[in-house]
Design a protein around this ligand. Sequence first.
Ligand SMILES: Nc1ncnc2c1ncn2[C@@H]1O[C@H](COP(=O)(O)OP(=O)(O)OP(=O)(O)O)[C@@H](O)[C@H]1O
Ligand SMILES: CC(=O)N[C@H]1[C@@H]2OC[C@@H](O2)[C@@H](O)[C@@H]1O[C@H](C)C(=O)O
Length: 385
Amino acid sequence: MRVIGLISGTSVDGIDGALVEISGSPGDWHLELLAGTTLPYPVDLRSQILDVCAGKSLSMPELAELDDAIATVFADAALSLQQSSEPAELIGSHGQTVFHRPPQNHQLGYSLQLGRGELIAQLTGLTTVSNFRVADIAAGGHGAPLVPILDTYFLRHPNYDRCIQNLGGIGNVTYVPKTDNQILGWDTGPGNALIDLAVQYFSEGAQTYDRDGAWAATGTPCMALVERWLQQDFFQQPPPKSTGRELFGVDYWQRCLREAEPYNLSPADILATLTELTVVSIHHSYCQFLPELPDQILLCGGGSHNHYLQQRLQTLFAPIPVFSTSELGLNADFKEAIAFAVLAYWRLLEIPGNLPSVTGAVSEVLLGEIHPVFTPNVIRSQSIT
Ligand SMILES: Nc1ncnc2c1ncn2[C@@H]1O[C@H](COP(=O)(O)OP(=O)(O)OP(=O)(O)O)[C@@H](O)[C@H]1O
Ligand SMILES: CC(=O)N[C@H]1[C@@H]2OC[C@@H](O2)[C@@H](O)[C@@H]1O[C@H](C)C(=O)O
């Protein structure tokens, strides 16, 4: 079946879309990436989303409008993916996370993704599966991370224990042992979110990220600050655990900036220090929470293009090799989008998509709500005229 997967992650940089041919059967799945695209958000929409993520209040009509504006951009990504490929038959859309609260003390978690699936179905004429996180949360889980099941199916190796480390706005890891031992996974903390905020601040909005890590590479990390930030509860907390921009967002970045003041650091030093926090928090969490360090570390997500970050990880983990999932045939930029295509397909087949050993849910559950097409393209043609 040809399935489109769509996601905009915690970097809020735009919609990653993947058109995938999925074939095979449980235990023997085959994937072919037919097309991939990244559609940046319109600038105004991006800043509205970032404001909401940072705690701005919305009225209910504003919320509905934002939900539909996001769904419309997601539908555009799905339509553009099919322009040069055969049409898809199904969409799996993660949507845009605007709020995530992990479960605590028997209180269910809460995770809100905007970009409603029913509108994407109408605008594209394709059945759309969305709201993937709620069923796992209802089963007491974090509802995140969900991609580890894809890593398990497609990146397990008979001779190597592997860690698959995503470096998005937030970082998350999947531990896939060579044996049938338990798959583990959790959010490791900040990926690029704090680095991006710092770059925007120091470049006065001219740059949104540290391309290839070139700016940080000219600085020196302040290890005293890294050690101090690492004391924070989140890093000590054992898995299952998840996080988001609620913790590693604007307030956190402003606190970093304040705490850096006494050290007289240059912008490059602060960028190197924030990059080091990402690197050291990953190393620290592997050392604390894995049965043993892996044989290989595979990187994915936008941060896998940050050469400085990759080199720092390689230095800290040496002699364990650190390389990209793309080198093994699983595209590092579209892996999350591919995952939501696969999860949508499994939802139709009624195959559970969560890994309780990762999310902490009490059981496996079917992930996602199915939105069939009732009135194809009605709203789209209205919005075009
Ligand atoms: N060439 C590059 N050099 C350095 N950093 C890069 C490069 N390309 C992308 N990035 C970083 O990757 C980020 C986007 O990564 P990605 O799209 O994987 O994140 P996301 O999916 O939004 O987040 P998450 O996985 O947490 O949901 C950008 O914000 C930027 O910081
Ligand atoms: C609530 C939410 O959107 N979480 C994201 C976020 O971005 C990375 C990390 O934190 C991961 O837990 C998750 O995304 C990926 C797609 C996942 O579920 O595996």
